[in-house]
Unconditional design. Structure first.
Length: 273
């Protein structure tokens, strides 16, 4: 286990091992309403967040607060159902603690998912978007004290593995730039126009800190946004978190199929690295 790990992350890593959650080289973090993927695991073991020493617990609906380990196609994977957010009052260190602990127990690939608002024309609810890059607009410092930083944390080879999985299972997968804002308020129409001009294709309130911290910890990172609503000023209906969770659940079949079929090519990419 890395000697550079801070005490809280080290304690969480030790707790993961004590609860039998070690041994996976791929970890998935599931966003709002997307937790159904954990049901695809074979020979699964699930542990509530409350039983893991140092794992922050979310109070946001649609985030179950559990970790599960199991197999998909004979590949052992770790699945985090739900995450904590900066807007809940958690610090950047707390928001990224889990991914740093995963790296410490042998995980090598991190698959981040989220529910997001669609900005690009045609990104309607139900669209899945591979994250190619991000805009970090959360005004936080997830890499404070890290030994090194990077430009983009998004791994092109793992992104290609997601594309391969989409072709195999027949799921439409777009690609684009994710804008991570602090929240918890949804963006104004003026902010969405600004984000579109800046090159954003989807917007949400998570993911960017985990991506940066995971890459700095030595993980290879890829990600998928599930477009659950049209961003402000694009759609006409008022935005709500209940809508996000409901839309995420409706798109669960395609989302879960994509992630399930991605396990094998991601594992292959890790063997070749």
């Amino acid at each position: 286990m890395s000697t550079q790990l801070d005490p809280a992350a080290r304690k969480l890593a030790q707790s993961l091992v004590a609860q039998g959650l070690e041994g996976a080289r791929i970890a998935f973090v599931l966003g709002s309403g997307l937790g159904a993927f954990a049901d695809r695991l074979e020979r699964a073991r699930s542990v509530p967040a409350a039983d893991l020493d140092g794992l922050p617990q979310s109070g946001v609906p649609g985030h179950a607060g559990r970790l599960a380990v199991g197999e998909i196609g004979g590949v052992r994977v770790l699945v985090q159902q739900g995450r904590v957010h900066l807007y809940e009052g958690w610090s950047p260190e707390e928001v990224t603690r889990a991914v740093r602990a995963y790296a410490a127990i042998g995980v090598r690939a991190l698959v981040l998912t989220n529910a997001a608002g669609g900005i690009r024309a045609g990104f309607v609810p139900g669209t899945l978007m591979r994250i190619t890059d991000h805009l970090d607009l959360q005004a936080s410092a997830p890499l404070a004290g890290a030994p090194r930083g990077f430009g983009t944390p998004w791994d092109a080879q793992l992104g290609a593995a997601l594309e391969q999985a989409a072709r195999v299972c027949g799921v439409a997968l777009g690609s684009g730039v994710y804008a991570g804002l602090l929240g918890p308020a949804y963006e104004t129409p003026a902010e969405i126009r600004w984000l579109r001009e800046a090159g954003a294709d989807a917007v949400g309130m998570s993911t960017v800190a985990e991506a940066a911290a995971g890459r700095a910890a030595g993980l290879r990172v890829c990600g998928v946004s599930s477009i659950t609503n049209l961003a402000a000023g694009i759609g006409h209906a008022p935005l709500s978190h209940a809508e996000v969770v409901e839309a995420g659940a409706k798109g669960a079949r395609s989302f879960c199929a994509l992630l399930e079929h991605a396990v094998a090519p991601i594992a292959s990419a890790l063997r070749g690295h």
